[in-house]
Design a protein around this ligand. Structure first.
Ligand code: T46
Length: 126
C-alpha cells in the first residue's frame, strides 16, 4: 500500500531528450500494459478507485495534472508535470486524477492486463 515519486534518468544532448523505461530496472515490475489519458475536459476528476492487485506508474509525458493518493495511513496530492518523474502506486491505494492541463498526456505503465474485477470502487473496502 505504498506510493512514491520516482525520478528517471534523462539522456540529453544537443538534439533533445530521451527517457528509457525498462521492466525490473527503473520500473519495479514487469510491464504488461500501457495506456494513456489525453484530451481530458476541464474540471473532470478521473480514477476514484483502488486496485486489488495492480501496480502502476503514472507519468505526465506532456502537460500536467494532479493525483491524490490515499492508503488510509497517508494521503498526498502530487503534481505531475515532468516526463522524468513517475508516480508509483501499489495496490490498495485510492487514486483521483484532476486539474488536467488541456495538453496533458498521462501515460500509465501497468503490472497487469486490464481486469474489470480488480477495481475497488468503495473507499471503505481498501
Ligand atoms: C487507474 C487510473 C490511473 C479499457 O478497456 N482498458 C484499459 O486498460 C483501461 C485502463 C480502461 N479501459 C476502459 C474502461 C472504461 O470503459 O476505458 C474506459 C475508461 O477507463 P476508466 O474509467 O477506468 O479510466 P480512469 O481514468 O478513471 O482510470 C484509469 C485506469 O482505469 C485505472 O486503472 O488507475 O486510470
Amino acid at each position: 500500500m505504498i506510493f512514491k515519486l520516482l525520478e528517471f534518468k534523462t539522456f540529453g544532448d544537443e538534439r533533445g531528450s530521451l527517457i528509457s523505461l525498462e521492466s525490473k530496472k527503473n520500473v519495479p515490475f514487469e510491464i504488461k500494459r500501457i495506456y494513456y489519458i489525453f484530451d481530458t475536459k476541464k474540471d473532470v476528476v478521473r480514477g476514484k478507485h483502488a486496485h486489488k492487485n495492480l501496480q502502476q506508474i503514472l507519468i505526465a509525458v506532456k502537460g500536467s495534472c494532479k493525483v491524490l493518493v490515499d492508503n488510509k495511513n497517508d494521503k498526498k496530492i502530487f503534481e505531475l508535470n515532468n516526463p522524468a518523474q513517475g508516480l508509483y502506486i501499489e495496490n490498495n491505494v485510492w487514486r483521483e486524477m484532476f486539474d488536467f492541463s488541456s495538453d496533458c498526456v498521462l501515460m500509465v505503465l501497468a503490472s497487469e492486463i486490464y481486469i474489470k474485477e480488480d477495481y475497488i470502487f468503495d473507499y471503505e473496502e481498501i
